[in-house]
Design a protein around this ligand. Structure first.
Ligand SMILES: Cc1cc2nc3c(=O)[nH]c(=O)nc-3n(C[C@H](O)[C@H](O)[C@H](O)COP(=O)(O)OP(=O)(O)OC[C@H]3O[C@@H](n4cnc5c(N)ncnc54)[C@H](O)[C@@H]3O)c2cc1C
Length: 492
């Protein structure tokens, strides 16, 4: 048994723990790795975790503006837990974090959030008229009833707010078919709001799945994310999502060694040969079992031997989307003065989405505006700039809406990650919509991604049925734990 968990700078040194050959070496210290390490130890295995960067958590990344306990923070990676993500919830509970769960206020959820329309920025509460006018400009609408048009107008609004550019470009064609199908359904039960000018899109698609057939293949595959992310029942963790990683690490007895970059993997039948770079040193060691949770976007750049053709093909071909998040640390939450108390605006342009995260802690420490959250091709527009330039670009773009951002002393600092170019993930998440409608095809991709090579096992969101979510990372970890436990027991 190793003496203690070593994270942080303590672990970055050459600790004696590395001299031990554990039953299982886990590569990466994101959620998949930490869950797997924790569960493997519960099954009696000795575990060592090797992480290339200087922090744990991977794509769960709570950034703090300052070192004080109550310093404002922002999620530069995962920020919400959707309803139905039972595995994520199970670990939140297991780790004693249930009392930190709070309802997450999503995009366009606040009446005072803004959205861009053909008439300029409008508040959600005033948006129906301008959205209907936009719809009439975009597609033929003369033959449809008013509720069908309301459905089309809000459907167009959420696609424009959230979807990648390729879906927005195809919107007119999707809407033309969707309106035709929607007009056959009585949608009046889904109309809501003080002025009866909103429509519950989640309920419409849940109770009328036939409408999904009106979406082209791209929109069809993205629809679940779209409805999930704009729907109700989402939660966040007060204090930051990184607590999930931190609490898992606290419970792992084996060492978690940071600054250990995997540079080569040779998958043999009885052992795995692992090349690691630590500072200026390179080592190659053999281990009886290794679990690799590195994103395939990183793995395919390493020296890999002993992999069969099919495995090489899937590692090489899983597509990764981009995402860029840019947060501004502001002297105060000036947006609250004009009534915006949460949620997010669909600001469009290069910023795409602007979130107003709940500010916890001492108001004297300021508040955070998540100025820009963009995905896919949109993420590259700001992501390609050096940090200072992309921060300045967000301020410029939001200034017509929030002139305060240009006043000296308003913005105290900024932080951002362009995940597409992030050294340790080379992308935001694996892209499921590439796989289209076919559930069988998706299962097959997942099986191929997770399939071991001798004693080298695989986990990570890309090896799951819920890729792109923490839930998928956990699901894949639990699958890998079962496979590793079986393999190690059968060889004893
Ligand atoms: C911007 C963004 C928003 C998201 N929003 C949400 C959300 O709201 N809700 C949600 O549930 N999910 C969300 N996700 C997805 C979620 O964060 C991921 O699915 C999940 O965290 C992936 O975990 P993982 O363990 O599979 O991979 P990772 O977290 O990427 O872990 C892999 C680890 O391997 C390490 N590593 C990489 N290369 C090497 C190397 N060569 N040597 C050693 N170590 C290496 C990395 O540093 C990392 O720590 C979001 C992701 C992003 C990027």
């Amino acid at each position: 048994m190793w003496a203690s968990t070593q994270t942080g700078s303590e672990a970055a040194g050459d600790g004696p723990a590395e001299d031990h050959n554990g039953d299982v070496v886990v590569l990466g210290a994101g959620i998949a790795a930490l869950v797997a390490a924790y569960e493997l130890e519960l099954l009696g295995h000795r575990v060592m975790v090797l992480e290339g960067s200087e922090r744990i958590g991977g794509r769960v990344y709570t950034h703090r503006f300052g070192t004080a306990d109550n310093a404002p923070h922002v999620e530069l990676g995962a920020m919400r837990i959707p309803p139905g993500h039972e595995l994520t919830m199970r670990y939140v509970e297991k780790l004693g974090l249930k009392s930190a769960l709070r309802p997450f206020r999503t995009i366009l959820s606040d009446e005072n959030n803004y959205l861009t329309t053909g008439s300029g920025y409008v508040r959600v509460k005033n948006a129906s008229g301008p959205l209907l006018a936009d719809l009439r400009r975009e597609v033929p609408t003369a033959s449809y009833g008013s509720v069908t048009l309301l459905f089309g107008a809000w459907m167009a609004a959420v696609v424009r707010a959230m979807a990648p550019a390729e879906l927005r470009d195809n919107l007119a064609s999707d809407l033309t078919t969707l309106l035709r199908l929607a007009d056959r359904v009585d949608l009046t039960p889904y109309v809501h709001g003080a002025r009866s000018d909103r429509i519950d899109l989640g309920a419409v698609f849940r109770e009328h799945p036939e409408l999904r057939m009106g979406c082209g293949p791209r929109l069809y595959s993205f629809l679940d994310d779209l409805l999930l992310e704009t729907g109700t029942g989402l939660m966040y963790l007060s204090g930051g999502m990184s607590q999930i990683a931190e609490r898992l690490a606290d419970r792992i007895r084996g060492p978690i060694l940071l600054g250990r970059e995997v540079i080569s993997l040779d998958a043999g039948c009885d052992q795995v040969s692992l090349g690691i770079r630590h500072r200026r040193h390179r080592t190659v060691r053999q281990h009886p079992a290794v679990l690799c949770t590195l994103p395939f976007s990183v793995l395919r750049q390493l020296a890999l031997t002993g992999f069969d053709d099919d495995k090489r093909e899937v590692i090489g071909s899983v597509d990764y989307g981009g995402a860029t998040k840019i947060a501004l640390h502001c002297r105060e939450a000036f947006w609250e003065r004009d009534g915006t108390l949460g949620g997010a605006s669909a600001t469009g342009g290069r910023t795409r989405q602007t979130y107003y995260p709940p500010h916890e802690g001492d108001p004297a420490q300021g508040a955070v505006l998540l100025g820009s959250y963009a995905i896919a091709e949109d993420a590259d527009l700001l992501g390609q700039f050096p940090e200072d330039a992309r921060h300045a670009a967000v301020i410029d773009e939001l200034a017509p809406l929030y002139p305060q951002l240009k006043e000296p002393g308003t913005v105290l600092g900024a932080a951002s990650i362009a995940w597409a170019g992030h050294r340790w993930s080379n992308g935001c998440t694996s892209r499921r919509w590439r796989w289209g409608k076919d559930a069988t095809g998706r299962d097959e991709e997942m099986r191929r991604a997770a399939r071991p090579q001798g004693r080298l096992f695989f986990a990570g969101e890309h090896c799951s049925a819920t890729p792109a979510w923490i839930n998928g990372a956990i699901e894949s970890a639990l699958g890998a734990v079962t496979a590793i436990d079986t393999a190690l027991r059968s060889s004893r």
